[in-house]
Design a protein around this ligand. Structure first.
Ligand SMILES: [Ca+2]
Length: 365
C-alpha cells in the first residue's frame, strides 16, 4: 500500500521543522502574515466564469441546513484515474515558453504525473448528485458544534466513532506549547485566526468529524468517484482548470524548494496555510466547484485500496467494504502541483488530524 500523505508530511517537515509542522521561519513576509490573519467577508456565491466544457453546465442549488451552495452533477459517465501515457509528458506542456526548467521540476515533484494507484484509467458511470461548491468552513462547522453541544452527537456519529470523542478541530485549541512564547508568536506565520477564521476551510478534523458533520447537515461525504468527477469533469484533465499547471489558480506550497528564488518568502498563491474558500475563482472545476486542487485536502467516504481502480465497480463505485485508511483527495496548501492533481489518491487512518485536512459534503440529487 502506497501512502502519499506521509510523503507530503515529510516534505512539510523538511521545509518548516518538525514540531507539529508549524515551526516559524526566520523571515516574515508581511504580505503573507496579513493575508493569513485578515478578516474578510465571504464573497457572495456566483456562478463561475470557468471556461465552458462541452456537455457540462454549472448549476448551483442552496442547502439550508448548513447554509451552503452545492453544485449539481447529473448522471453521467466520466474518465477516472490516470492514463499510462501521462507518466512522462514533455516538459513543455507546462505553459510553453513561460516556465523555467526549475519550475517544471518543482511542479512535477517527486511523484511525476501518474501514480500506480491512479491506474488503470477507466470509465465510471455515476448517478446524479450534488456536491458542496466550497470546502466546509469554520463558520459552518461552528453551527455543527453548537448543536452537538446542545444535543450531543448520537444522531450524527458513525457507528465506529471512538467513545467520548470531541468534535472540536485540533487547531481551535492550543496546539503548540510555543504559542505561549512571545518570540515564537512574533515570528510565526500563523496565529489563531489562521485556522479559525470564519471563511477558511475547517481543518484539523478527522474522518469521524467529517462524517458526523455531513449527517448533521442532512448530507453525506462524497464517494471518491463523485469527488473526482466533480473536480475534473469528463475529459480526464489533470487539474480542475485543465492539463497545464499555472500559478495562482489554487493554494498549494509556494516558494519552498527553490521554485522561484525571487519569491523570497512569498507564496505565489498568497497563502502559506488555508486560504478563505473560493479565493481562486479561475481555478474552478468544470462543474463550478472551488478549491478542488489544494487549500484543504478533503476526506471522502471510501476506504482506501490501492487496487480500487483495477478491481472496483464501474457503476457508482463506493470503495471497499472495509479498510484501514480512508481516502483523502485534492492535495493541500502544503502540496506540490503534482500532488494536487484531480486523480491523486491520498489516504490516512480515520482518526488522523492535521492542519492541511478538511472536507466537503455531497448528497443525492
Ligand atoms: Ca481542497
Amino acid at each position: 500500500m502506497r501512502s502519499i500523505l506521509p510523503l507530503i508530511l515529510v516534505i512539510v517537515a523538511a521545509a518548516v521543522g518538525s514540531e507539529l509542522l508549524l515551526t516559524p521561519r526566520a523571515e516574515k513576509p508581511a504580505t503573507n502574515a496579513a493575508a493569513d490573519t485578515a478578516t474578510t467577508t465571504p464573497a457572495a456565491p456566483t456562478l463561475p466564469a470557468t471556461p465552458a466544457v462541452p456537455g457540462i453546465k454549472p448549476v448551483e442549488i442552496r442547502h439550508g441546513a448548513d447554509n451552503s451552495v452545492m453544485m449539481v452533477v447529473p448522471a453521467m459517465e466520466f474518465t477516472m484515474g490516470t492514463s499510462d501515457a501521462y507518466s512522462d509528458l514533455p516538459a513543455n506542456r507546462l505553459v510553453p515558453g513561460r516556465v523555467k526548467p526549475t519550475e517544471i521540476k518543482f511542479a512535477r515533484g517527486w511523484e511525476g504525473w501518474a501514480l500506480e494507484d491512479e491506474r488503470p484509467q477507466h470509465n465510471v458511470r455515476l448517478k446524479s448528485f450534488a456536491i458542496d461548491r466550497y470546502e466546509v468552513t469554520n463558520a459552518q462547522y461552528r453551527m455543527f458544534l453548537a448543536d452537538v453541544a446542545e444535543m450531543g452527537d448520537e444522531r450524527f456519529r458513525h457507528a465506529d466513532q471512538p467513545a467520548g470523542k470531541d468534535h472540536t478541530p485540533r487547531y481551535w485549541k492550543e496546539f503548540n506549547p510555543l504559542q505561549k512564547n512571545p518570540e515564537f508568536v512574533k515570528l510565526a506565520q500563523f496565529n489563531a485566526a489562521t485556522f479559525t477564521q470564519d471563511d477558511k476551510p475547517v481543518v484539523g478534523v478527522d474522518w469521524f468529524d467529517a462524517y458526523a458533520y455531513a449527517k448533521w447537515a442532512g448530507k453525506r461525504l462524497p464517494t471518491e468517484a463523485e469527488w473526482e468527477l466533480a473536480a475534473r469533469g469528463t475529459d480526464g484533465r489533470r487539474w480542475p482548470w485543465g492539463n497545464d499547471w499555472q500559478w495562482g489558480l489554487c493554494n498549494i506550497v509556494g516558494e519552498k524548494f527553490g521554485a522561484d528564488v525571487r519569491a523570497k518568502g512569498k507564496e505565489k498563491d498568497g497563502y502559506i496555510y488555508p486560504a478563505p474558500v473560493g479565493t481562486y475563482p479561475a481555478g474552478r472545476s468544470p462543474f463550478g466547484c472551488d478549491d478542488m486542487a489544494g487549500n484543504a485536502a478533503e476526506w471522502v467516504a471510501d476506504w482506501y485500496a490501492a487496487d480500487a481502480y483495477a478491481t472496483g465497480s464501474t457503476e457508482n463505485p463506493s470503495g471497499p467494504q472495509t479498510g484501514v485508511e480512508r481516502v483523502v483527495r485534492g492535495g493541500s496548501s502544503q502540496n506540490l502541483p503534482s500532488n494536487t492533481r484531480c486523480a491523486v489518491r491520498a489516504h490516512r487512518e480515520p482518526e488522523f488530524k492535521t492542519f492541511i485536512l478538511g472536507f466537503r459534503c455531497a448528497k443525492d440529487q
